[in-house]
Design a protein around this ligand. Structure first.
Ligand SMILES: [Zn+2]
Length: 418
């Protein structure tokens, strides 16, 4: 399947809620290049983020292009319309060249029995024992299981097809990168299910270059993975083997790879990802977003003075509106509100104390994952400050951008790709 515009082997999705950190983010990719590894930057922002911040998709491309121009980046970069559907994609048509077709809501939507039967009939190769290169255990799929997976996922893949064709109708085929995402749902997709999904994606004619399944374990916003890293590694490497198999068997784009929607900072599974990529030669797209916004706050707190006061004000505002801010993210955060310090207590904190509580250093005794998760979803408070917040970002740019670059490079790119 010819996909036209191609995504590089390694890529990093960087979210920039307030469109002020594109240069700092690009510097992380430039450092990776200097160390010998190309990591293509992709600026992603979902419709949900745009609505909460009050921004328009064009602002993401403008910020990315300005950064690329100013820093002289000559490799590709992309702008991802993250988690869009038929209802939300249109506002992204002019500014994006990467579309994440989110069809999680369509999972389990009852598929036509005749459709399921036709799919299984068309794919006898899915049934039985399937040996996959790089996997000790073959996949074993019974006819019942294949039909069950088809019934569960065919509707979602069809929906992805509708969105894909809608974009093609407006932009032309080959002019954009397609991701299919199913991560924002309750149950993980198993490797055999992923194979069924990929066969269906091929049938649907979607030249997917990245696929974002839901993995086992919890991917809470802004904090580390909750689950057994060894089990994740098994699942992740099986998924990588399934993708290589599906590319060869179903003619999907040769650069098809996994997209891990990290929810920021899944440090404990990075070694498993790194070793699987090294062993298999597979590529990866790692999507982050909120981790950069939290580094903005850390930079502001580190700068001290008025900037620190503003960071404290964001926390006080987030605490006061905790319930409302957490609601859209309820399935991806675990906040124990009894562990949240009062606004009064935080008001007395030094720069060091504030950054120690917020910075994602699990070994630090003062690190507070509850406060970090609340602030992760609390960007609406900063958005409502408007110009006052943005002006402070500019005033404290040195501290903010230093933290943004350091975080992306040292905590994400280096452990994953170098
Ligand atoms: Zn996602």
């Amino acid at each position: 399947m010819n996909s036209g515009l191609q995504l590089g082997k390694y890529s990093i999705g960087v979210g920039d809620r307030f469109a002020h950190q594109a240069k700092a983010q690009l510097r992380a990719s430039m450092r990776a290049v200097a160390e010998g590894v190309d990591v293509i930057p992709v600026w992603n922002k979902s419709n949900r983020e745009h609505n909460i911040v009050g921004s328009e998709p064009a602002s993401v491309r403008q910020a990315a292009e300005a950064a690329v121009r100013e820093l002289g980046w000559t490799r590709p970069f992309h702008v991802d319309a993250d988690h869009i559907g038929l209802q939300t994609v249109d506002r992204f048509l002019d500014s994006s060249d990467f579309y994440t077709l989110d069809v999680a809501d369509a999972i389990g939507r009852p598929a036509d029995a005749a459709d399921v039967e036709a799919f299984v009939g068309r794919h006898p190769e899915l049934i039985g024992t399937i040996e996959l290169a790089g996997l000790d255990q073959p996949l074993a799929i019974t006819a019942e299981r294949a039909a069950g997976a088809a019934a569960k996922y065919l509707g979602a893949v069809r929906e992805a097809g509708r969105i894909y064709r809608h974009i093609v109708g407006k932009k032309g085929s080959g002019s954009f990168i397609t991701e299919v995402s199913m991560d924002e749902t309750d149950l993980p997709q198993t490797p055999p299910e992923l194979l069924v999904i990929l066969a269906a994606i091929s049938d649907e004619g979607i030249p997917a270059q990245t696929i974002a399944p839901k993995f086992s374990g919890r991917f809470n916003k802004g904090v580390d993975y909750v689950g057994a890293p060894a089990q994740f590694e098994e699942e992740f490497s099986a998924d990588v083997a399934v993708i290589a198999h599906a590319v060869a068997r179903y003619g999907l784009p040769a650069n098809l790879k996994l997209s891990v929607h990290s929810g920021s900072d899944k440090f404990s599974i990075y070694p498993a990802i790194h070793s699987t990529l090294a062993r298999s030669g597979a590529g990866l797209h790692l999507k982050t977003a909120g981790t950069t916004w939290l580094e903005e706050l850390i930079g502001l707190a580190e700068a001290g003075g008025e900037s620190l006061e503003l960071a404290k004000e964001v926390y006080a505002g987030a605490l006061a509106h905790c319930e409302e801010l957490c609601k859209p993210y309820a399935t991806v955060i675990d906040i124990d509100t009894t562990r949240l310090p009062s606004a009064g207590e935080v008001a007395g904190w030094s720069s060091e104390r504030f950054t120690a509580a917020l910075r994602h250093d699990p070994k630090c005794a003062e690190f507070n994952p509850h406060l970090r998760q609340l602030l992760h979803v609390g960007y609406k408070v900063a958005a409502q400050m408007g110009e006052r917040y943005l002006a402070m970002l500019v005033a404290s740019e040195e501290a903010v951008s230093r933290n943004v670059t350091f975080n992306l490079y040292e905590r994400h790119l280096k452990p994953l790709f170098l």
